[in-house]
Design a protein around this ligand. Sequence first.
Ligand code: FES
Length: 206
Amino acid sequence: MADVKRFTHDSRIPGWDRAADLDKEPAVVPDAATTEVPAELRAAIEDAVRRFPVGDSAFIPVLYAVQEQYGWCSPEGIIQAAAVLGRTPAALTAVATFYDMFEMEPLGRKTVYVCTNISCSLCGADELLEALEGEFGEDPDVNVRGFECLGACDIAPMASVNGAYVGPIALNEVPELARQIREGEDPLPAKQMIRRPCADPKVAEK
Ligand code: FES
């Protein structure tokens, strides 16, 4: 079995393992008049807010917009989003640190999330994760990490590659998959969930 990486709180996935700083000043809402926000980020946030009855419901698409802008949920981006929303940065940070798909430190923009939950684990996910980590090493452009159930257990072992669900992935397919990721090609097209036959023949076009 592969040696499964553990984080400081003994979980297989990263999480919030920093103690709260109780000496910090109470959070304030950034001044919307003086906080500069890139135009494309402001437009994405305002578009997200328009789609929900209350602004707080838009936190997740707003955080995705911040991550798209900066490559991670940077403190600068969180403050800008908070200024547009009229909320404290802490409110957004609380959501960003709860969900695994938001990065709280700069990492590669290409994402390879290997599911290491039970179904995938039983089908060799730990070895798959190890092989992909070995392919990319310290490559700053690629963020390879384990993820807990991505909800596609029937294609175990699987990974989400830049958002595309791919599986089952055999170990001997890893070099080709890694090449495709490096060169920006479609990852293992024949194994993408979106291309599987479906009762709705038009689903792949949607
Ligand atoms: S266990 Fe891997 S997708 Fe559910």
